[in-house]
Design a protein around this ligand. Structure first.
Ligand SMILES: [Zn+2]
Ligand SMILES: [Zn+2]
Length: 446
C-alpha cells in the first residue's frame, strides 16, 4: 500500500508533540525523591506567618544550589517589630523577558489531624503571645517543593529559554502582608520589574494530575473594617433614657446587606459580612458601645469604593436617626494592612499559558475553574492597575478515588485550611513542576 509523504508526516505529528511531554515529566520525575524529602521536612516543621526563618533558609539554600543569585531576609513590613523573611533568587540566562515566579512559605495555626507519618506536631507563639499548634494546612509546602523543582528544571533547560527568572519565596501570605512587604522593601527597584508574574496554588477540589484555570478575576478585593457604635448607656428597663448601640448595630447590620441588594449593580459581585460583634455585659444594662468587625469582598475598584463608602454612610445615618449627637457618631476604620487587591488573571496571558499547559498535560487535564470571593495576595505583584500581566493556576491535590467517593456519597472533602487537608504529595508536586516549567518556557522560549 502506498502512503503519500504528507500523510506520513501527519501521522507522525502527534507523536512529535507527545515526544516533548515525557521529557518534562521525566525530568520532573528524576527530581521527585529529593523534593519529597524536602516536602516532608517542611511539612513537619511549619512556621506561622512572619516567622518563616527555618523555611526561608531551606528555600534560599535550594535556590542557590539550583544556580540562582540569592538574597535572603528581604522585605519590610509596616509593623517595625516584624522581621521579613523574603527570599529572592535571580536566574539569569542572557537577554530576554523577566518572569517572576512566586511561592508562599507560611503555615497556619491549625492542629494537624491528617494521621500522616510526617504530620506536624509543631507549636508556636502567635502575635497575641498565645501558644498555638501549627500546620501547613494550605499546601504552601507543596508550592515550595514544586518551586524548587521548577528552578532545577529551568537550570537544566537553559538552552530552551532566555531572559531572567525572579524566584520569589514570599512570607506571610495568610496574613496578606507578605507580598506588600516585598514590594515596599523595593523588590522591583532592586531586581527589575517583571514582564509577567506567575503563581500557583494547590486545590482541594481538583484531582491530582489536573490544573484549574480561571480567566480574568479569580479572587476578590478584601477589606477589613472595624466599626465602633457609640451609644449612651443606662438601665435596660428605661430605654427612653438611653441611646441603645445594640439596637443601632442591629439596624446597621441589616442596612449593610442592602449595599449588595439595592445600591450595587447586581452583575458586580460584592459581599459584606459582619464576622464579629461585641457589646454589653448583662441582661439589664444598655451598654455605651458595640464593636463590630466586617469583611468586604469585591472585584471592581469602583464596587470596592461604593461598598466602603456605603458602610460608613449607613452607620452614620443610623446613628443620626437614633438621635445621637455629632460627637457620638460611629467610628468606621478600614484596616490598611489587612486589605488585599483582587487577583486578576490577565486574559491574554491566561489563554497563552493555558494553551501551553494543555500541550504539556493533555487537553482534559486543564480545566476551567469558577472565580471565588476568597483572597490571594499574589495579586499585589501585578500592581493596583494590573499593569504587569499576572496569572495564577490551581494544581489538583486530591486523590481521584477519594474525589469519586465524595461525589458518590456526598461527603465533602477536607477544604484548604482544614486540619484534615493532606495533598497527595508526589503527583501534585510533579504536575505543579511540569505546569510551572511549561508556563515559564512558554513566556521565555528562544
Ligand atoms: Zn491559605
Ligand atoms: Zn494558600
Amino acid at each position: 500500500m502506498r502512503i503519500s509523504i504528507p500523510a506520513i508526516f501527519l501521522a507522525l505529528l502527534p507523536c512529535a508533540v507527545q515526544a516533548q511531554q515525557p521529557s518534562l515529566q521525566k525530568l520532573a520525575e528524576g527530581e521527585l525523591p529529593s523534593l519529597l524529602a524536602i516536602y516532608k521536612d517542611i511539612h513537619s516543621h511549619p512556621e506561622l506567618s512572619a516567622q518563616e526563618q527555618r523555611t526561608s533558609a531551606i528555600v534560599a539554600k535550594e535556590l542557590r544550589v539550583a544556580g540562582c543569585d540569592v538574597t535572603e531576609n528581604f522585605g519590610k513590613y509596616d509593623k517595625a517589630n516584624l522581621k521579613c523573611y523574603g527570599v529572592v533568587g535571580v536566574m539569569k540566562n542572557g537577554d530576554g523577558p523577566t518572569v517572576l515566579v512566586r511561592t508562599d512559605m507560611d503555615a497556619l495555626p491549625v492542629q494537624e489531624q491528617t494521621g500522616a507519618p510526617y504530620a506536624s506536631k509543631a507549636v508556636s507563639t502567635n502575635p497575641d503571645g498565645k501558644e498555638v499548634p501549627v500546620m501547613h494546612a494550605c499546601g504552601h509546602d507543596i508550592h515550595m517543593s514544586a518551586f524548587i523543582g521548577t528552578a532545577r528544571m529551568l537550570q537544566r533547560l537553559k538552552d530552551q529559554w532566555h531572559g531572567t527568572v525572579l524566584f520569589i519565596g514570599q512570607p506571610a501570605e495568610e496574613m496578606v502582608g507578605g507580598a506588600r512587604a516585598l514590594l515596599n522593601g523595593g523588590l522591583y527597584n532592586r531586581f527589575g520589574k517583571p514582564n509577567y508574574c506567575l503563581g500557583m496554588h494547590d486545590d482541594a477540589e481538583i484531582e491530582t494530575g489536573k490544573i484549574g484555570v480561571t480567566e480574568g478575576y479569580a479572587n476578590a478585593n478584601v477589606d477589613s473594617v472595624d466599626v465602633i457604635v457609640k451609644g449612651m448607656g443606662g438601665h435596660g428597663a428605661y430605654p427612653h433614657k438611653t441611646k441603645d448601640p445594640i439596637v443601632m448595630s442591629a439596624e446597621m447590620i441589616n442596612a449593610w446587606q442592602t449595599i449588595a441588594s439595592r445600591q450595587n449593580n447586581p452583575l458586580d459581585p460584592v459581599v459584606v459580612t459582619v464576622g464579629s460583634i461585641h457589646g454589653g455585659t448583662k441582661h439589664n444594662i444598655i451598654p455605651d458601645e458595640v464593636k463590630m468587625q466586617i469583611t468586604v469582598r469585591s472585584y471592581k475598584a469602583e464596587v470596592r469604593q461604593l461598598a466602603l463608602a456605603a458602610i460608613a454612610e449607613i452607620a452614620k445615618g443610623v446613628a443620626i436617626a437614633g438621635g445621637l449627637p455629632p460627637d457620638r457618631m460611629p467610628e468606621v476604620n478600614v484596616l490598611k494592612d489587612e486589605s488585599v487587591m483582587a487577583m486578576y488573571n490577565n486574559p491574554e496571558l491566561t489563554k497563552r499559558v493555558a494553551g501551553a499547559l494543555k500541550q504539556a498535560l493533555g487537553n482534559d487535564n486543564v480545566i476551567s475553574k469558577e472565580p471565588t470571593m476568597g483572597a490571594e495576595d499574589f495579586s499585589e505583584y501585578s500592581m493596583a492597575d494590573h499593569s504587569i500581566p499576572a496569572f495564577m493556576f490551581d494544581v489538583g491535590a486530591v486523590d481521584p478515588a477519594k474525589m469519586a467517593d465524595s461525589k458518590q456519597n456526598g461527603t465533602p472533602l477536607p477544604s484548604l485550611h482544614s486540619s484534615k487537608f493532606l495533598p497527595v504529595p508526589e503527583p501534585t508536586i510533579r504536575t505543579a513542576i511540569v505546569g510551572m516549567t511549561t508556563a515559564v518556557l512558554e513566556l521565555m522560549k528562544r
